[in-house]
Design a protein around this ligand. Sequence first.
Ligand code: DOR
Length: 445
Amino acid sequence: MSKKLITNVRAVNEGRIFDADVLIEDGRITRVDSEVVPDGSTEILDATGLYLIPGMIDDQVHFREPGLTHKADIASESAAAIAGGVTSYMDMPNVMPPTTTRTLLADKYALAARTSRANYSFYLGASNDNIDQIRALNVHEACGVKVFMGSSTGNLLVNNPDTLEKIFADSPVPVVTHCEDTPTILANEKTFRAKYGANVPIAFHPHIRSEQACFKSSSLAVELAQQHQTRLHILHLSTAQEMKLFSPAATTDKRITAEVCVHYLFYDQNDYRDKGTLIKCNPAIKTSRDRDALVAAVNEGRIDVIATDHAPHTWDEKNRTYFKAPSGLPLVQHALLILLELYHWNRLSLETIVQKACHAPAQVFGVKERGYIREGYWADLVLIDLNGGYTVNEENILYKCGWSPFNGHTFHAKVWATFVNGEMVYRDGVLLHALRGKRLEFDRD
Ligand code: DOR
């Protein structure tokens, strides 16, 4: 039996920051106390000066397998995830072929069982014609059903109103949505094409993928969910206006929850000047007013979850002109560091970061025995040096695409070590074990 004791650490968990010793036995946390006395067989890790948090559960990543492995794959991106303190992830279905059947979903689980360093779950993708597959889902078979209510990377748009109704009425698992109204976007595109031709400046991306497009689609999702009592989770909200659609109640009391991603809390439209199409994503990063409203909504509780929408594309693809550059940016390795930067700027507390990035995804999806520092739970843990300093460079970027919008950036904090299922899998810049992540399980009836 393997025993490890993390001693003298500052734990952040369930709204509290406290001194703790944490005992790990056979993959699970077995004691959390102010002092735990080790026996002779216990490996001791003195974590004086460090903070301990539950591993981040990222409910929105694109690891690109199968079929798009020139951009990324499960092995590469799950390595980047653990280096960034993300110990579990939920992966999206816009791959090749799109994950729209239960058989394709099963294939992905089999692939991840062989190659994933972090814990994993997969979404079934909704299309205009796979309602039978959705209805047949067992509640443990997928973390959720992903509905592209606006078109984005891939071809999974669900624009048939009858199908949408059926999905919202009948999905046995949470419905997660990408909300942008495609007709509004196409009309905006036409206007800007008429003015600039094929070379629309990237600064107009938030005018094309506009606030109106987001609000129209998010409002429809909320309306449908209210009508059908759906367990709805709206992904990557990007505007101040949408915040009025959500209540500041506790996440565990809601049937409609909201997610924001780290880049919408960090960047604003001024960043297109330096970063250009590298930060082109859908929905678009909008104004500083929107960014500030999103931070406020996180603090008020209108937004429940903070995730990444980690969406790698190759450097060459991203450096094309506006219409040709695909949307999405790689983030999973630096998401926690971005959030801790917001802590250093007094925008988010440590307790709030842990609530939104670790506890809340477990609450929204009913993830079993993860997301907290609790006795009996799996030991998915991250040690953080709040002032360790970490500079992103080409040598330490682990994404298969080999680039990051943060290349050259120095963060205040540093991920010092990551544990997945009780094993230290990353320490001070080094990946330690090719440990396999486990499939996420759900407390659902
Ligand atoms: O920017 C984005 N990229 N938004 C999405 O919805 C999809 C993602 C991707 O898969 O590249």
